[in-house]
Design a protein around this ligand. Structure first.
Ligand code: FES
Ligand SMILES: [Fe+2]
Length: 448
């Protein structure tokens, strides 16, 4: 075990055999700095979606950890992810959120870079650099590995990281299930207008752990549930609240990778249940058809209704609606980016219905996300208190009640499962967090 600076071994801060976590990990500046080195510079991170850059020259400015990156499509149609920082003095070479360009020209001294990242233009190259600058050595910094999975663009700065497929492991089933928009076809999605970006005063891990499967915090959303914000017009905030047949919430996590998700599982086949009474009739019709397609494509696995999940470290899924990325912006601040998607073949009435529902639900103005942010805000502030810090947090909910054989083969081969309310997924996430923090190379981190 090696440590950076004054940071103690993460294993002394996170004890998953007892289910305790030191409050330090949410507020300590040195721990935060080590997270940037050990987690955000090494893990696979979500950058954006290919539908944001359909044509050559298209770009979208994303973020990896604290740093700005450019996702661009070059003239050959290849996708790249670069650090958005000029090699001369670091200025952002792209200051727009998205657009189309033949070249990125730095606004400071005018170096320009091609869509493939190569340095192609240097003012006064002959007169001042005497043609001696080796342009081929000063291109934009490109990520070590990039992968496109189901249209989503992922990247890592570490060339020793395993391939994305291996990184994702059995999270694939849950990921696919959450982005298929109820159609059973995980490639049938596209983003609608832009990305919501905002900051909240809380540590990024509180958001990531909430979405990995905190079903215990339903009480937080009592007022939203009473109002009833789903298109069903019934009380509750979820579309699945209309499912009346018996079902079990199943938590799945892979402690060797740090991912986790929650799905509801039914013993019997779920018939289509009308859930869009407040929307135009064609919306109900679209989802009725989608349900039939899902059954055809997924067979028995249609019995799982997806809910939420987190791909370690900071990409959180809300089934059928959006993926949030919790970018660290200091130990006490998170920059949230929420990418909303909708099925490609959806008629306009469906797009509008889902967009309105998403905005009622999530983002800085969404009723549910506002409840969550209040909690993350105060949990972060409280972690800083001199007296408060003397006591760890309790992550022992359901400890020892996990099982290692899934109820159905499609729920995954590896990892562990539990039913109902549990903190097993949070424990898996923090187990992996500690592994990352305590190890210097991917050799020791390869999923077991
Ligand atoms: S900082 Fe970009 S050209 Fe000087
Ligand atoms: Fe919540």
């Amino acid at each position: 075990m090696t440590t950076l600076g004054n940071v103690p071994s993460a294993k002394t801060l996170v004890d998953m055999s007892k289910g305790t976590i030191s409050r330090e990990i949410f507020v300590n500046k040195e721990i935060y700095a080590q997270e940037q080195e050990r987690i955000f510079a090494r893990a696979w991170l979500l950058v954006g979606h290919e539908s944001q850059i359909p044509k050559p020259g298209d770009y979208f400015v994303g973020r990896m950890g604290e740093e700005s990156v450019i996702m661009a499509r070059d003239r050959q149609g290849k996708t790249h992810v670069f650090l958005n920082s000029c090699r001369h003095r670091g200025m952002k070479v792209c200051r727009y959120d998205e657009g189309n360009t033949p070249v990125f020209t730095c606004p400071y001294h005018g170096w320009s870079f091609g869509l493939d990242g190569k340095l192609v233009g240097v003012p006064y190259f002959k007169e001042a650099y005497h043609s001696e600058l080796k342009k081929e050595e000063w291109g934009l910094v490109e990520v070590a590995k990039m992968a496109v999975y189901r249209g989503w663009v992922w990247a890592t700065w570490d060339g020793d990281a395993p391939d994305f497929d291996d990184y994702l492991g059995d999270m694939k089933f849950y990921f696919d299930n959450m982005i298929d928009g109820g159609t059973g076809d995980p490639d049938n999605q596209t983003l609608w207008v832009g990305v919501q970006k905002w900051r909240f005063p809380g540590n990024w891990k509180f958001a990531a752990e909430n979405f990995i499967g905190d079903f215990y915090h339903n009480v937080s959303h009592r007022s939203v549930n009473i109002v009833g914000i789903s298109p069903s017009g019934r009380q509750g905030r979820h579309l699945q609240d209309t499912i009346q047949i018996p079902r079990t919430w199943v938590n799945w996590s892979d402690p060797s990778r740090g991912h986790g998700a929650v799905v509801s599982y039914t013993e019997q086949e779920v018939p289509y249940i009308e859930s869009y009474a407040m929307a135009p009739p064609e919306v109900e019709e679209y989802y009725r058809q989608a349900h039939a397609n899902r059954r055809r494509r997924m067979g028995d696995a249609t019995r799982s209704a997806p809910s939420v999940g987190t791909v370690f470290p900071n990409a959180s899924l809300s089934a059928g609606r959006s993926i949030a990325v919790w970018h660290p912006a200091g130990p006490h601040q998170t920059e949230a980016w929420r990418f909303y998607f909708v099925t490609k073949d959806a008629p306009q009435a469906v797009v509008d219905t889902m967009r309105h529902y998403a905005l009622r639900y999530a983002g800085p103005g969404g009723m549910t996300e506002q409840d969550d942010m209040e909690n993350w805000n105060y949990a972060t502030a409280a972690s800083n208190g001199t007296i408060a810090k003397r006591r760890p947090y309790n992550y022992a909910l359901g400890l020892g009640h996990e099982y290692d054989k899934p109820k159905a083969p499609w729920l995954g081969k590896s990892g562990r499962w539990s039913d109902g309310i549990s903190e097993q997924n949070q424990r898996a996430m923090y187990q992996r967090w500690a592994d990352f923090m305590d190890t210097a190379s991917w050799d020791e981190l390869k999923p077991r």
